[in-house]
Design a protein around this ligand. Structure first.
Ligand code: GLU
Ligand code: ZN
Length: 484
């Protein structure tokens, strides 16, 4: 093997993200995308997108679109691709022919059961090389296996983990083409990485066990073709685990799909910041940074190899901070964009009104995701306006003084000279005093009657925006309903 661990210094940096179209982008894939992209940008290299769809029955364009949209959302633009493995079959067949002609692969007609029966109880699991000397012809019903020399070791130079050594005797003669002739993933990846001149393979840890096979194939193809391309440097990125230290997965109930976070109203810059921390820390230990900082400071050598805890509560916390740091006009724009994208039930147009603008600063302080916004402004925009049953029971039906408080509030509000939060408050303070209550206690029935719920934005600012006519009408409606 000729390659050095980090690759030669003058080598052009070309990295790739090679997602399988599984229907959504996993947050781990998004993290990998960020690292690959940042590495490419830092070195003025290329970030290549390759869809590994060899195992999908038919091409799933919708899934591919989802991947592209997710990558755009987190800001990882690519320079080449998307290539599709399903469109590159002849390249894999060519490689199989080359390896066959060079005597590096052989045909095998063993069934799985036969292999199992022969190897049961073997110290080293896996295929036993049964067909290696049989000189079977290639053909339907016969898989192709790579003949692994049993001597020596294969070393994977990993920029994150250091040298990882695999004894060749533990590597079975692995299958490179199925009995129907289809090339296997392990071969396709090597062929693609060679042809695409990939300099660094930066991917998830779960691919580390197959990497020695890739190294062997790389070397065999180099020898057989005479095109001894330098092996890429490898960097295997840590797994993402949940609070039980299990690999996060949709099946376990972890929220792993990037688009779910987008739909919930996470900001891409918060996502980028948080995801970047899953395996890496800036040299100064900063917890908050931009993708520009990532591009400047990211180092593969600084990536941690132990599993990274994907803490969605911490992510939520990050998102809240990012939301509060937005200029209010920008917050407002993001909400509008989000509402349009997710077909928010209030209708995206309501966020383009003076009423929303007046409330936006109050909402911004209170939400950690954009999807929490509608619940704060439903009182203003939901058609028809409805009073929450439980809040009504608690704050009005079960409060003996609620009706008189509502009457007095309605009267005071009807007579107000100007309609400002301060005056609205003064009126209710007077009502509270007459009833010997704290202001908060007197607010409760008014809040439920006008805003529909017992929690939400500050009452008087909200009523100022709601306006006199609507406020008085709502109080009156609830009063009449309770009295009747
Ligand atoms: N298709 C693989 C995945 O989605 C990536 C393989 C690779 O990066 O070499 O995990
Ligand atoms: Zn066999």
């Amino acid at each position: 093997m000729s390659a050095s661990a980090a690759g030669s210094p003058q080598r052009r940096v070309r990295v790739r993200l090679a997602p399988s179209p599984t229907g959504y982008i996993h947050v781990g894939t998004a993290r990998n995308a960020l690292y690959n992209w940042a590495f490419a940008r830092q070195h003025g290299g290329d970030f290549i997108l390759r869809i590994e769809d060899t195992d999908t029955e038919r091409s799933e364009e919708e899934w591919v679109e989802g991947i592209l949209a997710g990558l755009r959302w987190i800001g990882t633009d690519w320079d080449e691709g998307p290539y599709r493995q399903s469109e590159r079959r002849e390249h894999y067949e060519g490689a199989l022919d080359t390896l066959w002609d060079a005597g590096r692969i052989y045909a095998c007609d063993c069934t799985r059961d036969e292999v199992l029966a022969r190897t049961k109880g073997n110290a080293i699991p896996g295929y036993d090389g049964h067909c290696r000397g049989r000189e079977l012809e290639r053909g339907p019903g016969r898989a192709l296996r790579f003949a692994v020399s049993q001597e020596g070791t294969t070393v994977v130079h990993d920029l994150v983990r250091g040298d990882v050594e695999f004894s060749n005797s533990t590597i079975e003669d692995f299958v490179v083409a199925k009995s129907n002739g289809d090339a296997l993933f392990v071969l396709a990846v090597v062929v693609d990485d060679r042809e695409m001149r990939i300099s660094h393979v930066i991917r998830s840890e779960e691919h580390l066990p197959t990497t020695p096979k890739a190294v062997l194939l790389w070397e065999a193809l180099g020898t057989a073709t005479g095109d001894r391309l330098e092996l890429p440097a490898f960097a295997h990125l840590p797994l993402l685990v949940n609070d039980k230290r299990q690999k996060i997965s949709k099946r376990r109930g972890d929220r792993v799909a990037l688009e779910d976070y987008e739909a919930l109203g996470y900001l891409p810059e918060a996502m980028d910041n948080y995801l970047s921390l899953l395996g890496w820390t800036p040299p100064g230990g900063e917890e908050f940074f931009t993708v520009a900082d990532l591009v400047r400071d990211f180092r593969l050598e600084a990536v941690n190899h132990s599993p990274a805890f994907f803490d969605d509560r911490r992510l939520l916390h990050y998102n809240g901070i990012y939301i509060r740091n937005l200029a209010t006009s920008e917050f407002s724009r993001r909400v509008q964009e989000w509402a349009a994208r997710t077909a928010d039930h209030l209708g995206a147009d309501c966020y383009d009104t003076p009423a929303w603008e007046a409330l936006a600063p109050l909402v911004q302080e209170r939400v950690a995701t954009l999807s929490e916004v509608p619940s704060y402004v439903e009182f203003l925009f939901a058609k028809p306006f409805a009073v929450d049953k439980e809040s009504y029971e608690k704050a009005i039906a079960r409060d003996e003084e609620a009706l008189s408080i509502l009457s007095e509030a309605r009267e005071g509000y009807g007579a107000l000279g100007s309609w400002t939060a301060a005056e609205l408050k003064a009126v209710l303070e007077a009502v509270a005093e007459r009833h010997g209550r704290k202001l908060g206690k007197a607010q409760a029935p008014v809040r439920v009657a006008t805003l529909g719920r017992s929690v939400g934005l500050p009452l008087f600012e909200s009523l100022e925006v709601l306006g006199r006519e609507e406020t008085v009408a709502r109080i009156e409606a609830v009063r009449a309903r309770s009295a009747g």
